[in-house]
Design a protein around this ligand. Structure first.
Ligand SMILES: [Fe+2]
Length: 127
């Protein structure tokens, strides 16, 4: 199982694009984990990077007085709560890897392709 990064996913903000590429790399580690121990380690790495990445985007939105801030924050908190559900299902051995893949690909392609793209376009206009 893997989610392939494609340069078409770039949104035009160098820092955010690099972070997104790293998220893809971590997502693939996660999808290729084969036991509970490595799933937990991958989940922790993925969560840590995701939180830092969200904070980076949120700081940028605040500094720009971005009009879509509220909506984007809601998206981030929903994603964090879904990640918490994933952590719970790792803990109680109920995680289905096909569900994890569907969740990660919907998130990476959906969120990046819409919400993050709008943010990058707005940021570009302000510079
Ligand atoms: Fe975002």
């Amino acid at each position: 199982m893997s989610l392939e990064w494609n340069n078409a996913y770039k949104i035009g903000n160098v820092e955010i694009d690099a972070q997104h590429q790293e998220i893809f790399r971590l997502a693939n580690n996660f999808l290729n984990a084969t036991n509970k121990g490595s799933l937990s380690v991958c989940a922790m790495g993925f969560f840590k990077h995701t939180r830092e990445h969200f904070k980076h985007e949120e700081d940028l939105m605040k500094s720009l007085n971005y009009p879509g801030l509220k909506e984007h924050l809601v998206q981030h908190s929903e994603l964090i709560s879904l990640l918490n559900d994933v952590a719970k299902s790792i803990a109680d051995d109920s995680l289905e890897m096909t569900d994890l893949e569907a969740f990660l690909s919907a998130w990476l392609l959906g969120h990046i392709g819409t919400f993050d793209k709008s943010l990058a376009a707005y940021a570009k206009l302000q510079t």
